[in-house]
Structure formats: structure tokens, C-alpha cells
Design a protein around this ligand. Structure first.
Ligand SMILES: [Zn+2]
Length: 129
């Protein structure tokens, strides 16, 4: 089984374990850490990936790893993915709430500047008279 990120074989002294769902993502709002599903990866590949979500090739290689895994690993994987999915829903909800707040603020700011410019025009008008 090669590196889950680049697919190349991994020497024993270059081994690291990549979290399928990065801990930084799965940890947020998750009751327990949903990042428990780990695969073999090069230390360099793992570092480079940082907090990025799993890519398509990673998902393909991960699926291949699961295909050869035992029932205990499968049960753990399902558990971890369910937790990670819940965490992602919570992240999406947070993004939507923040977006709504920003839009609301932008509308307010727009209204305030419209009022300001009306006041400005009135002043200009009365000054001209
Ligand atoms: Zn690699």
C-alpha cells in the first residue's frame, strides 16, 4: 500500500499517517475527533497537504484501502465519516450564517451611505440657493 496522497511506495523511515479528513476540519464542532480515519502517507506529502480536504485521487486510494480492510476498520471508518460529515454540515451552517450577517451589514452600510449622500445633496442644494 503506497502513499494515499501521491500513490508512490513509502519507505519505513518516511512514514506518516495522514488523516483522511484533516483534524482541523473534523475537529470543529465534532463531539469526538472525526479525523480518526488514517492512511499511510509520505511525511512530505502529508506536510504539503496541510489542512486541505481529501482530493479525488486521495478518495480513490482511500476507497481502495478500505476495500482490503477488515470489518472492525470498516465500522470505525463509517463512524469517523459520519462524525466528519456532521462537522462539515456545522461548518456549512456557520458559513451561511456569516454570509447572511455580512450581506445584512452591507445592505445597512449601503442604506447609511445613501442617507448620507441625500443629506449631502440637500446641503449642496440649500447652499446654492
Ligand atoms: Zn506521497
Amino acid at each position: 500500500m503506497g502513499c494515499v496522497i501521491c500513490g508512490e511506495p513509502v519507505a519505513p523511515d518516511d512514514r506518516s499517517f495522514d488523516h483522511f479528513v484533516p483534524q482541523a476540519l473534523a475537529g470543529w464542532g465534532a463531539p469526538n475527533n472525526g479525523a480518526g480515519l488514517v492512511f499511510l502517507a509520505h511525511q512530505k506529502c502529508n506536510c504539503r497537504r496541510n489542512h486541505a480536504p481529501a482530493s479525488r485521487p486521495m478518495i480513490r486510494r482511500g476507497s481502495a484501502a478500505i476495500a482490503s480492510a477488515g470489518p472492525r476498520i470498516i465500522a470505525e471508518a463509517i463512524d469517523n465519516l459520519n462524525t466528519a460529515e456532521r462537522a462539515h454540515f456545522e461548518i456549512l451552517e456557520t458559513i451561511r450564517a456569516l454570509r447572511a450577517a455580512i450581506i445584512e451589514r452591507a445592505i445597512e452600510a449601503d442604506r447609511a451611505s445613501a442617507v448620507m449622500s441625500t443629506v449631502g445633496h440637500e446641503r449642496e442644494g440649500s447652499a446654492a440657493r
